[in-house]
Write a protein that binds this ligand. Structure first.
Ligand SMILES: C[S@@+](CC[C@H](N)C(=O)[O-])C[C@H]1O[C@@H](n2cnc3c(N)ncnc32)[C@H](O)[C@@H]1O
Length: 241
């Protein structure tokens, strides 16, 4: 059984008869089972095991994330990556977050960097609601502008020094709008789930294909986490000239 604490809620991945051990953790008052995370909008499949307060505020790296665990997802495995990206952002940058969610990357990037502007795009109205709440909660209103909609349509209208592509699924389909958005000399952070055997090849080939005539410099590739047997979630940092 796997479990994680998100604010005052404990999330487990299977049915349990006895949740008393979790209720001994200071502050915990709700235990939920979260099954599959479904579809493009990453809506979780949830069953209440104890309590009913599924909206909570989770604290990570001096950032506050308000969310309802029954409505939107939270990936603990991406904690290091969220802070890594925040540290890469340089003073005066314009950043586009194509898959903002509740602010998983947008919040730490705006809190911990001195960027000029962050444009955060989110397609799911429930996640968008929490994104806007979290911008207020973290006092980053002056740095962030949010858009409710599809980044496929919106990203090409923006121009950025850095494009965050923190979504796994058919992320490769969004490489073209990301290329339309990233300035010459800018960086994209492209996420993909890929069989380990082809992890050093396929994501890079996809980036190069989408870049067309533009030069691509691979800065770094890192494994974020194991996704399923033989499959890893990777991120590639690529400079696009
Ligand atoms: C899975 S979350 C990101 C999780 C994040 N990587 C983390 O650190 O936990 C991705 C978000 O992208 C949103 N999304 C998916 N497709 C989108 C699209 N075409 N345009 C904008 N947002 C989209 C989903 O609704 C979801 O909130």
């Amino acid at each position: 059984m796997k479990w994680k604490q998100i604010g005052h809620v404990v999330v487990v991945n299977e049915d349990l008869d006895d949740v008393s051990n979790f209720l001994k953790i200071p502050g915990v008052n709700t235990v939920v089972k979260v099954g599959n995370i479904n579809g493009k909008t990453r809506k979780p499949d949830v069953k209440l095991l104890h309590g009913n307060q599924t909206e909570t505020i989770h604290k990570e790296n001096k950032c506050f994330f308000k969310l309802d665990v029954s409505r939107v997802m939270w990936s603990k495995g991406n904690t290091v990556e969220r802070m890594r990206i925040a540290r890469l952002v340089e003073e005066g940058e314009i950043v586009v977050d194509m898959f903002a969610g509740i602010g998983y990357f947008s919040v730490p990037v705006a809190v911990h960097s001195n960027l000029k502007k962050l444009y955060s795009i989110e397609i799911n109205p429930e996640a968008f609601y929490y994104l806007n709440e979290n911008i207020i909660l973290n006092k980053i209103e002056s740095k962030v502008e949010t858009f409710l909609g599809d980044s496929m349509d919106m990203a090409p209208y923006l121009s950025a020094d850095r494009v965050l592509m923190g979504y796994i699924g058919n992320t490769q389909d969004y490489l073209k709008p990301a290329m339309d958005c990233v300035k010459g000399g800018g960086v994209i952070h492209y996420h993909e789930t890929v069989p380990e055997k082809i992890m050093s090849k396929r994501p890079i080939e996809r980036i190069e294909k989408a870049a067309g005539e533009r030069n691509v410099g691979i800065i770094r590739q890192r494994i974020i986490k194991k996704y399923s047997p033989g499959v890893v979630h990777v991120v590639v940092d690529a400079k696009i000239e």
